[in-house]
Design a protein around this ligand. Structure first.
Ligand code: SF4
Ligand code: SF4
Ligand code: FES
Length: 836
């Protein structure tokens, strides 16, 4: 339910929005229109379907009036005016196509083209370039310049994904304003002066923003082009398919552009409520993994200890017997759903419940326990006018970048306060207050806050709890963001929000998790105690942790894992290894040969997001459709086809739909039935979670013996999923590292850049040391889910752990490198847009 707005809270965040709601009457090119007073002339013209040419103007950014291409004639004004910065008033009469205007445009275009190289035939932008298009529509047919043109560098390496052609740049400054106003990073700038002016970086280094690809789209000419797309296709050769990004739970809308059945690029597809017209670089560039050798292209069956290629039918036959036998005894489990579509997640739980007759089904293959708030679900747009944003443990720049753009705007332009509560100092692009809190104590903090807010509204006590409570009580609208890892904290947050809501504060909660469709999988019933639409089941099954424990103890005969890689992502790596080694039969459906697939008995090659249709549910509970853009390789089948064929082989033909439309109809029918049964109940039941005390291994941290507490931290291009194998994001992918506090560095004899071996309960990993006080004393912040250095070896199921730290000498490093079987994932750099 969207959050009601508080008194005096305005939704508008853009300076471009009209200043009042009073309508004024304007005549543009003889046509009358009524628009809110203060509307820009260029926008009023749009309302009539009249397009005024623009270069520097962009509807998401402040107008700057640099290029003058938008000159229009306004009656009673002696000079031509720029439509992008002039606001309408009552009775204004505007001419956008008069001879005076046409002459001015010709002049502006002649000036812009003076030194322009006119290399349209080899320019990536050719065919979708505003300079080309406006010159054809309004420009002079020939240049009057007889002197040689000024030449500048043609292929300047601006950063890992962007090339700048300095000759083509018209200095509209859309790119630099995007970096300053939208991303709030202020690294991309105009350097030099006059005709020497160029686009460069403030720090003289590479342009490494997580949002850099957007500049190639908004650049009106071919000055900024993206490396993965350069010289790959012409715009008129591309087919377009509407899709949804599946790289994080924000669910940005984008378009997949294809040529000859292959993806060439992705492009924004504005949905103001979700992405506001932007996508991050991970979402933009993660598709080349589909064409890498690591992509699974046919089923594999293990024979004599080795994988052999098999037909789809052979793989189904090899799986049906062990799964049927395990189902007979109830010693079977199913893990997956968070990376699948809604239809597939629904069908996977149906496969577990109706074919294998078990409630042992869980989508949680990592540390996240919950994907939705029980009440007070916020929308992404609610961040726009929030006055206080409270973050509990979620690192939004890394886990939900486009959500983070909204947050940056709210803080930088609407003066929202940002407060992070968590176990380490976070990195945000905007000012953030930080309260260090151990993860297990956050629930207690929230309970204390509830008490103080409830009892102490008149007599506010001392201490920082009272200070935060005062902030809460004084806030006009509060949005809390948490990472869904701690079920107790989530319950306490619900109570805190209840308390605030009682005092008429608009409040809302967003859960930022690790998998793109955790929310959809939770709602579809990939939870042991909940069937679709959050209806409790009579006899709850086992959670992921319980299934893995049962498998490790020899109490499970078969596991089926679809679209999940617990060997890398589940916190207790030791437990996963024991479970996967012990379970007599393991079948995996995957796109890539992951750590989990590598130890399976049968591996099905599954289709990717671009090769199938369906729906994804984002973190605000918004269900969005995506369509297949390309065909999967022969031998690759959709997860639905795999589940359906397995069901048929187990004697339940027709129970699982093999195509997305039919599966979606089944899902909708189940939801409707259940919605009616639930009546007006608004609070969602909680998914079953494990007792936290069972999850802690009890490993102690002893600072005197080179031991550090281990906290895994997410990184946008980290992770063991598709991005690990994608050459498109390889230049941005970090090498594994650990951030260690300067005091610990002295104690351990470490310098930044040293290689350090961390050894814990499940083995050792080797990482680079970075010395910074973002890590509290006694703690190592270790990059999560890296195939070359799986931090889950050091963690228990609570998601935290401890390890001894030892500096590696040169010969030990060399030995490790020679003996290493790590995956090559590119050079990497450590800190794109981040503080470490
Ligand atoms: S690089 Fe493109 S967006 Fe940036 S100033 Fe030049 S023309 Fe404008
Ligand atoms: S923010 Fe998330 S959903 Fe949006 S483009 Fe980036 S990875 Fe994809
Ligand atoms: S678009 Fe109006 S001055 Fe550039």
């Amino acid at each position: 339910m969207p959050i009601p707005k508080g008194p005096g809270v305005q939704r508008s965040v853009s300076p471009l929005q009209p200043s009042s709601h009073r309508l004024v009457n304007v005549i543009i090119d003889g046509n009358a229109v009524s628009v809110p007073e203060g509307t820009l002339v260029v926008e009023a013209a749009k309302a009539l379907g009249t397009s005024v040419p623009v270069y520097c103007y962009h509807p998401k950014m402040d107008p700057v009036g640099l290029c003058r291409i938008c000159l229009v004639e306004i009656e009673k004004m002696p000079k031509l005016q720029i439509a992008c910065s002039t606001r309408v008033s009552e009775g204004m009469v505007v001419h956008t196509m008069s001879e005076r205007v046409a002459e001015a445009r010709r002049g502006v275009l002649e000036f812009l083209l003076l030194n322009h190289p006119l290399d349209c035939p080899i320019c990536d932008k050719g065919g979708e370039c505003d300079l080309q298009d406006f010159t054809m529509s309004y420009g002079p047919g020939a240049s009057r310049l007889n002197e040689p043109k000024l030449h500048k560098p043609k292929a300047v390496d601006l950063g890992p994904t962007i090339v700048l052609d300095e000759e083509r740049c018209i200095l509209c400054r859309r790119c630099t304003r995007f970096d300053a106003e939208i991303a709030q990073e202020r690294n991309l700038v105009v350097v030099e002066r006059g005709h020497r002016s160029l686009i460069g970086t403030e720090n003289g280094g590479a342009y490494t923003s997580y949002f850099s690809g957007n500049t190639t789209e908004i650049c009106p000419v071919g000055a900024l082009t993206s490396k993965p797309y350069r010289f790959r296709s012409r715009p008129w050769d591309l087919g377009h398919t509407d899709s949804i990004c599946n790289q994080c739970p924000v669910g940005c809308n984008f378009r997949i552009d294809t040529r000859f059945g292959r993806i060439m690029r992705t492009f924004t597809r504005e949905n103001t409520s979700v992405d506001d017209g932007w996508i991050c670089d991970r979402g933009r560039y993660t598709f080349n993994y589909l064409y890498q050798p690591s992509r699974l292209r046919q089923p594999l069956v293990r024979r004599g200890g080795e994988f052999v290629a098999a037909s789809f039918d052979e793989a189904i036959a090899a799986s049906a017997g062990p799964l049927a036998a395990a189902a007979q005894t109830g010693r079977v489990g199913v893990i997956g759903g968070g990376r699948l579509s809604d239809e597939e997640a629904f069908s996977l739980q149906r496969f577990a419940r109706q074919v294998l007759h078990t409630n042992n089904i869980d989508h949680r293959a990592g540390a996240q326990r919950l994907a939705s708030p029980a009440r007070y679900q916020a929308r992404l747009e609610d961040l726009d006018d929030a006055s206080l944003i409270l973050i509990f443990g979620a690192l939004t720049p890394e886990q939900a970048p486009i959500l983070d753009l909204r947050l940056r705007r709210a803080v930088a332009r609407r003066h929202a306060k940002l407060l992070f509560v968590g176990p380490y100092r976070p990195w945000f692009a905007v000012p953030c207050n930080y309260i260090e809190y151990t993860p297990g104590a956050i629930g207690d903090l929230m309970n204390q806050l509830s008490d103080v807010v409830h009892h102490g509204r008149e007599e506010k006590g001392d201490g920082f709890v009272s200070e935060i409570a005062n902030e809460l009580v004084g806030a006009e609208k509060i949005i809390a963001i948490h990472n869904g890892r701690d079920a107790d904290a989530a319950g306490a947050l619900d109570r805190l929000m209840d308390t605030l809501h009682q005092y008429d504060h608009p409040v809302g909660i967003l859960v930022v998790g690790s998998q793109a469709n955790s929310r959809g999988a939770e709602a579809a019933g990939c939870i042991p105690n909940l069937s679709p639409a959050y209806i409790p089941v009579d006899d709850p099954g086992m959670t992921t942790h319980q299934m893995l424990t049962a498998a490790a103890e020899g109490k499970l005969d078969a596991l089926f894992i679809a679209g999940a890689n617990p060997a890398l992502t589940y916190p207790d790596g030791l437990l996963v290894r024991r479970a996967l080694d012990s379970v007599p039969f393991l079948a995996v459906a995957e796109q890539l040969m992951t750590e989990t697939a590598a130890v399976a008995d049968v591996v099905f090659a599954a289709s990717s997001f671009a090769e199938k249709s369906g729906h994804l549910t984002n973190l605000e509970g918004r269900r969005q459709a995506f369509k297949a853009a390309v065909e999967p390789p022969v031998g690759v089948f959709s997860d639905l086809q795999i589940f359906s064929a397995l069901a048929s082989a187990l004697g339940r033909e027709g129970v699982i739909a093999a195509d997305a439309d039919a599966a979606f109809a089944q899902l909708r029918a189940a939801e409707d039935l259940i919605r009616r049964a639930r009546g007006g109940q608004t609070s969602l039941p909680r998914p079953q979670t494990d007792d936290v005390s069972d999850l802690h291994s009890g490993d102690a941290v002893d600072a005197t013996h080179h031991t550090l507490a281990i906290i895994p931290v997410p990184r946008l291009y980290g992770g063991g999923g598709a991005a690990a194998y994608d050459p498109g994001v390889a230049p941005m992918r970090p090498e594994p590292f650990a951030v260690i506090h300067p005091d610990d560095a002295v104690r351990l004899g470490l310098d930044s850049g040293d290689r350090v071996q961390l050894s814990g309960r499940g083995g050792s990993i080797e990482v680079e040391a970075k010395i910074a006080d973002q890590a509290p004393p006694g703690v190592a912040l270790v990059l999560a889910d890296m195939p070359q250095a799986p931090v889950n070896r050091l963690l228990d199921a609570s998601g935290f752990g401890s390890a001894t730290a030892q500096k590696l000498r040169a010969e030990e490093r060399l030995r490790g490198e020679l003996g290493s079987s790590s995956v090559a994932v590119g050079d990497g750099y450590a800190a794109a847009g981040a503080g470490v």
